[in-house]
Each structure stands twice: as C-alpha cells, then as structure tokens.
Write a protein that binds this ligand. Structure first.
Ligand code: ADP
Length: 572
C-alpha cells in the first residue's frame, strides 16, 4: 500500500490506484480536472500509464477499444458533470458494442447535489448514467473503494461485456483511512469472465441442424473476434467446410482471402442460406433484423451467444447455444464426429461463382482512375500499401469512407479492424486509433471521411504528444457524404453553405504540422501510395489529406434506405 505521507494514514486517491493496479489495470485514458487531477498524477507515479486527451468522448472511445482488444476493461477517467457526460457517450457506445469498459468519474458533493443547492458541476451522475450502461455504482465511503472496483471489473467483463459507470465523489477521494486497514479492503478479482459451457443437448441440436442443411452459412461477428478463440473458430469452419461471412470487425478472424469467405457474395449467401449459424453476431439492423429479404423466409438459425436474452430478439432461434464462444466452439468440435456435416458442393460452387463474378466487377472498378480521385481509386492505393503491412491496425469511420474501405481492404489478422460498429457512430476514429497504438505498440492507419475526422480531429495533438505510430488517411470530399451541394439563399441576402457541405479543399495535413507530425497533401493514387509508405516507415504521427472529387460519394453511403427524404428538401 502506498501512503501519501510517512504516517500510517492513506486516502481514497491512493486506495483506488492500488485497487486498479492489483487488478492489472495498466493504462487509464482520461482528461483531468476537478476532482480527479491528483488521481491521474498518482496513477502515473505508480506506474499506470495515463493517456491524457482533449475531449472525454475520445478518451472513452479509447478505453472502449482497449477493452475490445484486450478482453480487460478499458478505463476512462473523467471530471464531474460535463466531462462525465462527454465520457458517457463513449460508455453507452461501448455497452452497445459489448466492449468492456469502466468510466470512473469524480463527482460533486452529495449533500449539495442531492438538495440541488447549485454546486460546482452539479449533476446526479449515477442516475444519469444508469439507462446507458450495463451497471452503475457509486462509492460513498473510502473503505468501499476496493469493493466498487471489484464490482465494476466483474460487471464489465463477465457474461456479455459492456460499459460500467463508477461514481466517486471528490470527498471520498480525499477521505483519510488507516493504511493497514485500507490494504485489507482491496482484492484481485478471480477469473473475472468465467467460461460458460453450453448444455450437451444444445450442442447436438445445433450440429444436427447443420448436418441437415443444404445451404449452411456461418456468420462471424465482433463477439467472435472479441472472444479470442481464433484457433477453435478456424478449426470449426475448416472442418465443416461451411462458407462463412465476417461482419466488419470480424474481418481477419480468418484471412479475408480464405476460400470459404463469402464476403464478396454476401447478398446471395444471405438470401439462399437455409441454416445460418450466428457466432457472436446479433440479428440487428446490420443483418436486416433477420427478415426476408435479405434472408430467405424459411431459413433456420443457430446462434452462439453468451447472452441468452439475445436469442429470439428478431427471429426464432431454432438452436440456441448459450455460452462463451471458445467453450461453445470447442464443445461443437468435440461432438462433430457424431454428425456428418458437409457443405454441399452445389452450394459452395454457387457461392464461388458469384464471388468470382463480384470480385471481377470490383477489380474493374478499382482499375478506373478518375481524376480528381474518388473513393475507389484512393482506397486501391491504400489497399496496395496495407497488403505489404498485414500487422497494421485499421480504424475506419465515415459514410462512404467506411462502406468502400470495408469492401476494398482485406484483413489478414484477427481484431485488426475497428470501426463505427453497432451504432454506426462517427467520432470514434482518433480514440480507437490511440488505443490500438497504445495497447498493441503496432502501427495504426485510420481511414476516415473528412466529416468523421472533425468529431475527434484535435486528438491528433494527443497522438503527437505521445509520439504514437498513427497515420490518419482523410478521404476529403469536402462534405458530409459529399461536398457538391449548392449554397442556399439566405432569407434576406447572400447564401449559406448547404447542410452537407464542409470547407472546400480544406488542408487537414496542416493540423499534423501544427503539432509536430508529418503532413501530406495528395491528389493522385500514386502520391497517396508513396505518402502512406513513407508515413508507415516513419513509425510516427502523420496525416494524409486526400483531395477527392467533391461529387464523389453517396448520401448516407450504403444506408440510403434508412435516410428519410422530403420531396422538397433539396429543391431550390
Ligand atoms: P456484429 O456487429 O459484428 O454482428 P454484434 O456486436 O452484433 O456483432 O454481436 C456480438 C455478440 O457477441 C453479442 O450478442 C454478445 O453478447 C456476443 N458476445 C460477446 N462476447 C462473447 C463471448 N466471449 N462469447 C459469446 N458471445 C459473446
């Protein structure tokens, strides 16, 4: 136990640092201020790495990404009220994505907050957090800090992972406690995410269904990537020969070039599959809510998920397999010899034919070389460089920048792609990129639209301050979706830019130069390719601003069907 003085008294600041360290928390992402500045200082002094951000949402996004990458809760530290609320956006996003994260926030004095006496940064943070998180706790006494930390860790990583809010009033942080007594109040959580095994009959039911299938399909989701059960998943896929479709953050779980990967025949796979096995993927909007279309009306579903409440949330699940993915896939493999599972050749041939056809269409598209650049030829250049660097972590957000990059850039390794996720959220870019670099020590390339970059762009200063190997490739078409919508007449005189339009020909690379990173402005795929090669070789911070045709891009990207239109909104 570290003490704040030579006496045998310590305080809440020290106890929380000790509790976090004891539980293996080695990094905190946050932004200091009242009342948690000394907490960050003490954490840093004790050997915990503190990464200080410019905005709490980005700190929270970094913590969430750290949780996804490591299976340990990523920790975000925020100040009271507004800082807390900024962080809460990321905590809610982490919960939605099933990433384990803990937001620890200082809060104002309870007697003042609860009687609404108008305290500095007054807010009932615990109640505010509750609807958005998996669990929320307040530590009201210094002797409960160890308990609060243990509850938070356990809640964040056990079962379905998610976001946990931990409220610590400033008064508790500075509360004194006898050091020896304090040491007895903290403990290390044993086996925070215990394996959960499926029932044997559930295993045989699922294998029986797969054995009957004429057109089986496996869908791998980011839960499968998170589970870090890569070998057993790969063995199951290859032993059965069943075609598989990776959801975007499951790309690379098996290499995208794998012969059983049917990402390039997605529509056909969804519409024709008769038995679908979902592994760590939800039948939410990203999979058409399980409806027909895109699925066949009589398709039957097997679902592997740690959260049994997920089953039947959109469509009947004929064979639910509740458990953690590693245990479930092992149990399936253990029993596989008792069932004859094959992927009929007629089905795999049908998919292979469509895949070849779509691959050829994509090759043709990528070979086009419009100038100014558009999304496809710019991303061809990025793809060509990244193929030489399979260990690079890819962060991806935007509308068209997300949709096109997901299709063009293959992943070769598990958990190397982080993106907008279940909410399709913008603003995760720099936070996720920072966490990927900090947690793995590997180079990171963030491919972002110019609009998406704006949500977290100033974190490039954070990237420079910590000297992180992050290259930000900004696909800059000067707008939200695109930048060519004409100006609109003001009521009295003059014009305003259309709502979708951002600064034309903005030079984002100058932001890199402002903070000591490398900046590149490129207008052709050749320039882009050499800038990215150079940036990766430098192993330091860089921004590559790619000048794209303002007319490149589709409104809402691939989500046009979710974008309600008015008959008159775009008429003049
Ligand atoms: P995607 O967006 O890639 O389709 P989702 O986020 O919708 O993926 O689904 C992930 C699912 O994985 C969630 O339902 C979650 O409960 C589940 N999950 C997360 N971790 C595990 C695990 N270790 N074992 C089993 N299921 C898991």
């Amino acid at each position: 136990m570290t003490t704040s003085s030579a006496s045998e008294l310590t305080d809440g600041f020290h106890v929380i640092v000790d509790a976090l360290k004891l539980n293996g928390i080695d990094t905190i992402y946050g932004l200091v201020g009242i009342p948690i500045t000394d907490l960050a200082r003490l954490a840093q002094k004790s050997g915990i790495r503190f990464i200080g951000f410019r905005h709490e949402t980005s700190a929270g996004n970094a913590a969430a990404a750290a949780g996804f990458l490591t299976r340990r809760p990523g920790v975000c530290l925020t100040v009271s009220a507004p800082g807390f609320l900024n962080g809460l956006v990321a905590l809610a996003n982490a919960t939605t994505n099933c990433f384990p994260m803990i937001q620890i926030s200082g809060s104002s004095e309870r007697p003042l907050v609860d009687l609404q006496r108008g305290d500095y940064e007054e807010l009932d943070q615990l109640s505010s957090a509750r609807p958005f998180v998996k669990a929320a706790y307040r530590i009201a006494r210094v002797q409960d800090i160890g308990l609060g930390v243990a509850r938070a860790i356990r809640s964040a990583v056990s079962g379905r992972p998610g976001g946990v809010y931990l409220d610590i009033p400033g008064t508790v942080l500075s509360e004194a406690i006898d050091a020896a007594a304090a040491a007895g109040t903290i403990w290390r959580v044993v086996d925070p995410a215990p394996p959960q095994l499926p029932a044997p009959e559930a295993v045989d039911r699922a294998l029986g269904m797969l054995a009957q299938a004429q057109r089986p399909l496996i869908v791998l989701g980011k839960g499968a990537a998170y589970a870090q059960a890569d070998n057993v998943i790969r063995t199951f896929v290859e032993t059965t020969g069943i075609p598989y479709l990776p959801m975007s953050m499951a790309k690379g779980l098996l290499p995208d070039s794998h012969p059983q990967c049917v990402a390039a025949a997605r529509s056909l796979a969804l519409s024709r599959a008769d038995v679908v096995m979902l592994v760590g993927a939800r039948l939410n909007w990203l999979l058409g809510h399980g409806e027909s279309p895109p699925w066949s009306a009589d398709a039957e579903f097997v679902q592997v998920d740690i959260a049994a409440g997920e089953f039947d949330s959109n469509r009947p699940i004929a064979a639910p397999l509740a458990g953690d993915i590693g245990s479930v896939m092992s149990a399936l493999l253990d029993r596989i010899d008792a069932h004859r599972i094959v992927a009929p050749t007629a089905w795999t041939d049908e998919l292979a034919e469509r895949r070849a056809h779509n691959d050829a269409a994509m090759r043709k598209r990528l070979a086009e070389d419009p100038h100014p650049m558009r999304f496809h030829n710019a991303l061809r250049a990025v793809r060509d460089v990244l193929q030489q660097h399979p260990g690079v972590y890819l962060v991806n957000e935007g509308a068209n920048a997300l949709d096109v990059a997901r299709n063009v850039i293959d992943m070769q390794l598990p958990r190397h792609r982080l993106d907008s996720g279940t909410w399709g959220v913008m603003g995760i870019g720099m936070g996720y990129a920072i966490a990927a670099a900090v947690e793995t020590g590997e180079p990171v390339v963030a491919i972002v639209g110019d609009s998406a970059f704006g949500f977290s762009g100033l974190e490039f200063e954070t990237i420079c301050r910590y000297g992180l190997p992050v290259t930000v490739v900004i696909l800059n078409n000067g707008g939200v979706y695109r930048g060519d919508e004409p100006p609109v007449n003001r009521r009295v005189s003059g014009t305003d830019p259309a709502p979708t339009v951002l600064s034309a020909a903005a030079r984002h690379e100058l932001i890199a130069e402002a903070f000591g990173g490398k900046g590149y402005h490129v207008t052709t795929p050749t320039e882009l390719q050499s800038a990215l090669t150079e940036a990766l070789a430098s192993n330091g911070p860089a921004i590559i601003d790619c000048a794209l045709d303002p007319a490149a891009g589709t409104e809402s990207g691939h989500l046009t069907s979710l974008n309600p239109k008015s008959a008159s909104a775009t008429s003049t």
